[in-house]
Design a protein around this ligand. Structure first.
Ligand SMILES: Nc1ncnc2c1ncn2[C@@H]1O[C@H](COP(=O)(O)OP(=O)(O)O)[C@@H](O)[C@H]1O
Ligand SMILES: [Mg+2]
Length: 400
């Protein structure tokens, strides 16, 4: 098995970047190795225009290479450079961020990450089409537990289904802790834990379909990591990514309920999502954690996909103040309604179905409308299929 090779055409002192990439399992080569085949390439657009153009043209001539273009605030793309499949990172790009961007490129192209030993995991037998260009994936995330991620993920999935009648899959990726099925009553499904001991060749469409349950009342599909915390260690990043790839290939919308933290599984989920709904409660601690996350997201090129959802927004710190502290607008607010939230979850119903007339339900529908009506117009199945590369640039550039 070969390591993914990366051609590096960058200026200045790049030793720490090369070390970070090699450590992450990439095989790095300098621009002098342009005639060899590569999987990925990094081109610094502040190199002289002729070099940028000729390296880019040589790579594209051979095809199949994914290019990450590094741009400064004043860099200009020479004519002919930049196209479908390329991505842009705004400089400075620290070594870890570069590793992360390249891993995300691999993941979005439907490839598995190199392991620390430097080998590719086998990709054969997976439902192999690329991550890009399929269903729309929204990660519900917060660096902190107990802020309402699961409540928002479950209700957003059901509301989205009601609003659009499109196929919606809810993925419980809060491995070891979260349990979507304890607040949403679905028949016992198998969950991903049952695939954890099988080799990747057996992670087929049929296997994932078998692991899914359906919430009868809404038609939302639910795929959980499992239920037994003892099994959680066996659920690998690769298995979660394979599950997400399958989910995205077969559903118009995928909502992920994430683990609160910065573990590899969660970071992989965030990196491949089209949008991240960052749930924040109006408390100093939650706002501080969220600011730290936003800083990291900017570094990793994920910040432009983040939307802030203020939960329990009618208590504590005011929404305007939250937005100011976070340096980002609040995209939607959800009021606090403890009694109703508890009654609904005890009965295994989403709040929006159990108490449709309450303000909390209106608000949760508002969260789902961020997805169903991104421009204020109902769009049943917004996918990234037709997104052009310069639009992707908007989503994946590394500074907000
Ligand atoms: N807007 C809200 N109003 C009242 N209770 C809420 C609200 N959002 C969440 N809760 C309650 O707070 C608790 C934690 O929510 P949960 O969604 O499980 O958070 P997380 O997934 O972030 O740990 C649950 O008991 C839930 O019912
Ligand atoms: Mg949760």
């Amino acid at each position: 098995m070969e390591r993914p090779s990366v051609l590096i055409a960058m200026d200045g002192d790049i030793e720490s970047h090369v070390i970070a990439l090699e450590r992450a399992g990439f095989d790095t080569r300098g621009a002098a190795g342009i005639s060899e085949p590569h999987d990925l390439a990094v081109i610094d657009c502040d190199l002289d225009g002729e070099t940028v153009s000729s390296v880019y043209a040589a790579l594209k001539e051979r095809g199949g290479v994914q290019v990450l273009l590094l741009m400064g605030a004043k860099s200009e793309l020479p004519a002919g450079v930049g196209g479908a499949g390329d991505e842009v990172a705004l400089k400075p790009v620290p070594p870890d961020a570069l590793v992360y961007r390249l891993q995300a490129l691999l993941i979005r192209a439907g490839r598995t990450l190199p392991s620390e030993s430097g080998a590719w995991a086998s990709n054969e037998g997976l439902s192999g089409s690329p991550m890009a260009g399929e269903g729309h994936v929204v990660s519900v995330f917060a660096p902190k537990g107990g802020v309402g991620k699961t409540t928002i993920a479950v209700n957003t999935a059901v509301a989205l289904r009601q609003q659009t009648r499109s196929s919606v899959l809810l993925l419980d990726a809060d491995v070891g802790v979260g349990n979507v099925t304890s607040v949403l009553d679905v028949p016992d499904g198998l969950g991903l834990a049952d695939l954890a001991d099988s080799p990747p060749e057996e992670w087929t469409d049929a296997a994932f379909e078998h692991a899914v349950s359906t919430h009868a009342e809404s038609g939302v599909k639910v795929l959980t990591w499992g239920t037994d915390p003892a099994e959680s260690e066996r659920i690998s990043v690769d298995l979660l990514l394979a599950a997400l790839r399958w989910a995205r290939n077969h559903h118009q919308h995928v909502i992920i309920d994430n683990h609160p933290g910065y573990d590899d599984r969660t970071m992989a989920m965030l990196a491949v999502s089209n949008e991240i709904f960052l749930v924040v409660t109006p408390e100093v601690g939650a706002i501080r954690n969220s600011s730290q996350f936003l800083e990291l997201a900017r570094e990793l090129g994920l910040a432009n996909g983040v939307r802030v959802i203020a939960n329990r927004a009618n208590h504590g710190i005011k929404v305007e103040q939250m937005a100011e502290s976070l340096g980002m607008p609040v995209a939607a607010t959800v009021v606090s309604n403890g009694p109703k939230a508890i009654i609904a979850s005890n009965e295994g119903h989403p709040v929006i179905s159990k108490f449709p007339r309450e303000k909390i339900s209106d608000d949760l529908h508002g969260v789902a409308r961020l997805i169903s009506q991104p421009d204020g117009v109902l769009s049943p199945a917004r996918t990234s299929t037709s997104r052009r590369w310069w639009a992707r640039l908007g989503i994946r550039t590394s500074q907000a």
